[in-house]
Every structure is written in C-alpha cells, then in structure tokens.
Write a protein that binds this ligand. Sequence first.
Ligand SMILES: [Fe+2]
Length: 379
Amino acid sequence: METKYTVKNIEKKRDHLSIKWADNFKSKFHFLWLRDNCPTAIHPTANMRVFNILSVNKKIFPKEFQVKKRKLNIFWSENNHQSQYELKWLRDHCYTEINNKKYISPYKFWDGTLKKNFNKIKLDYDNIIKEDRYLKKWLVLLNSYGFAIVKNSPTKKRSGFKILNKISHHRETFFGTPFEVINIPKPNNTAYTAQALRNHTDLPYFEYAPGYQFLHCLINDATGGKSSVVDGFAVANYIRKKEKEVFNILTTNYVKFKDTDYTQKAIRILHSPIITLTKNKDFNDIRFSMAAMGTIDIEPKKMKKFYDAYQYFASLLHNIKFKIDFRLEAGDIFCFNNRRILHGRTEFDPNSGNRHLQGYYIERDEIIARLNYFNNIKI
Ligand SMILES: [Fe+2]
C-alpha cells in the first residue's frame, strides 16, 4: 500500500479529525462531513446520497474512533451509528489536498497560427462512427481547442443526428433541429441571408446559451461564404494580460442581449457581462454578437469606457492575429464550443451556386460528461 494511504497519526480536534499520513501530509476531516459521507449514506445502485443531513445534530462527534486494516472506524455520538471508511477513499477525497492543488485549465488557447497545423483538429467521420477512441479524440479536441472539423460525413439532410447521438441528445431551440442555414425570403435571422456574418456566438440572449454548435455542410458551391473561427478565450486571455482595465470592464458590466424574432411570440432579453469567469477565475463563457446586442443601458459614467472596451474586443476578434479563415466543404461538420469560439462567414453569391448548412446544438455538459466517462473519472 502506498504511504499516502497509510495513517501515521490521528487526533480528535474540536470539530474535526486530523490525520497525519505516512507521507507526512496532514488532512482535516470535519465531523459532519464524515457523517455525511458514511458509506451507508449512499444508495448501492442509484449511487445517490440517501442520508438526510437533518437527521443528525450539528454538534455530532465521534465518541470512539480507530484505524484498523486500512479502514477508519467511527462510533458516533448519536443514533448508535457506526461508520467505516476506506483510508484510500478518505485520502483521495481529502479536501485539504484538493484545495491546495494549483488549478489547471482544460483549455488550450490558440490563435491564427493554428492554421498551419489545421489537420490537427480534423477527424474522419467513419472513424468516429466505428471506434470509441476516435469519439474520445473528438471530445478531447472539443474540450481543449474548443473546435474540430469532422470530414467526409454523409451529405444527406438530417444525417448529422447519427454522429451527434454518439455523444448525446441535442439541445432544442425555437429554430428547430436541425436549423437550416440557407438564404430564404423574409429571413427571421441574418444567418438566413447571403450577407456576411461578423464573428459571433449564437443565442447570447439565452440565460443558458447552447454549449456546442455543429454546422453540417451539405453543399457549398456558391462563390464566397468563407468561414471564420476565433478562440474567444484566447483573445480574452490576451486582454487579461495586456489590458487589465478593459478586461475588468468586459467582465463586470452587464450589457443587454435581445431577440425579437418576428416568427416567435416571444421577446428575449438578457443582461450579462460579455466575458464571465468560473470560481477558479478560468473562462466560463463569451457572449458576443453585434447582431443580438440590445441597446446598452449601463450607467452613463461607465458608457464611454464600456464602448472603448467593447470596440477593442471586437477588433481583436476580427484580427488576423487571432482568427482563422477556411472554406467548409460538403461533408464537413464544423463543431465548436459556442460559449468560447466565435464563428462567422463572408458574403456569398446565391446566384453562383448552392450553400446549405444544417445546424445542431448540444449542451457543454454532454461533451464534458461523455469525456469524464471515457476518462473513468472517479468522484
Ligand atoms: Fe451563428
């Protein structure tokens, strides 16, 4: 048994047990935490907690405790309850250690130079369909680089479901699934025109914007219509390092996003910062769409600085230093984290040929949860 799983010394303190392990690491295990994590508290098949935190007093304490045969035994002050914990489980769930660890971001930031290694983010459709190791590779790319292109997929309408269902179910929206990216008369969205689309994230006016987007190219014979992709997190990280005040403005000012699609009996309004962060100060999401931006209504004293910051961020998001231009081909599925990666396209000539993409959304939860499953993450 590894020394890290062997107890050298155990002491009862006022509100916790203090364990010194054979590798000299010291852990704290608070009484109520221990009682809450008694192995009997977990349903054997549902793997859910059945213990009710209200069934014990907050002053509960171990009346007796001992380490024996790689287990910690506790006889509790209440209800004649006994608990037995595997030492390995305790050490692996030691929150002293977990909170001492330096946070490592799962994201690999990239810029325009990735174009030279564009093959790195491409995968073959059949490989993913046939072998889970390619499915995993796809998920790893989506999680780390935030985007990937699946090549050689079928070009039949709605055929994207097959490969996407290898990940999970899709996220429905009022655009329907798949949504048709094609120029139509009287469009309810500028995506459904032949006009250029500036780099953006989709549906920023949703409280919970779709996590991933999949644009399945069925045909692209028209002149123009070149796609662009940019890592919003990389640009935000650049600003965080170079322009601290701008970063502060973009992460703290709640700006208005809105949708008033004339085909819907709904008016969607959301206030959010353009960049949000996680508890580890890593990037959570980017909401950016000039088209879906509402009329900004922040305080007058902040307006000038906000617009300067917003315009600066917009300029970097369209700068050749960060963005990559490429052409989608029939059979490509352009897949990206919609709350990180911005996408756009140049204008196309609808009289020169056809351009038809079908779009799908899947939540970010589903990508990460599948990846956790493949990585056999223990919790
Ligand atoms: Fe879009």
